[in-house]
Ligand binder design. Sequence first.
Ligand code: FO1
Length: 324
Amino acid sequence: MESTPSRNVVALAGGVGGAKLAQGLARALPPGALTVVVNTADDFDLYGLRICPDLDTVLYTLGGLADPTQGWGIAGDTTNTLEGIARYGLDPWFKLGDRDFATHILRTERLRSGAPLSAIMAELAVALGVSARVLPMSDDPVATIVETAEGDLAFQDYFVARRQQDDVTGVRFAEITSARPAPGVLQALAAAQTIVICPSNPFVSVAPILAVPGLRGAFERSAAVKIAVSPIVGGAAIKGPAAKMLASLGHRVDAAGVAALYSGSIDGFVLDEQDATLASAVESLGMAALVTRTVMGGPEDRARLAGETLAWAAGFPARAGSAG
Ligand code: FO1
């Protein structure tokens, strides 16, 4: 895929859709141009280990290791450890593969020795041959709490154990007020010519990133052209509970409903060709609309969407103070 003129690009990502577009951006851009800022509010502790699903999904996808069917975990991984855990009578509800366990074991050991999460992820990225910069939104632990009629649920309890069946009445982020942006995040936003909000869940993947104190301000002050890619196609989420959350939280359940959440913060919104008739509704929110194929297949297709998005962004007028 041909490199685009954009030099510094920041992607805000969480979940499988975010990882896929991040991979496309990494392929479409020259080496060193991409920084991916990843949601860490899904992180949790299990079996004494620190699990960082979104960071690992981005890392494995960029490293070409991700399971192509699930989008998370490592392709071809075995489950001997979980089977061993099940023999002790525990329900292995969160599917951790054996090789994936290695990541959690080493990360946890390094965290206990006092290393910050951002430094650990940089080490893992080098080991996996990932050249894009993958930054956690924060080195400080933050936890998404999903508010439902059944009460407050820890994120992975809602997402995996209860299969996203509960109606979500609210979302909040525990410990967010004391979280600081990870080293490099604010600088990357300030230096970016383009910021891409990946097709990630706006409530539980993108919102926690922007809720880290100082991060939304840096995003809004950045002279970068800001583009979001819709995670909703034909009124349904490509993966996960985004559509159900839009409905239960009182928003319109389509790509324009997502665009409205970003209204006032972004310059452009990319929506799928199935949703072409929504382009004028998106434009009436005060942003430009690009209609293209957003449902991503393999790595080439991800690079195609990334290339189209970057080329479109490069055509927006430069802002005052822009480094680009
Ligand atoms: N998602 C599931 O739906 N079921 C799982 O058992 C599961 C295990 C898992 C293990 C490691 C990992 O990095 C991700 C995993 N995910 C699983 C995905 C994860 O829960 C979600 O993608 C994110 O937290 C949502 O952004």
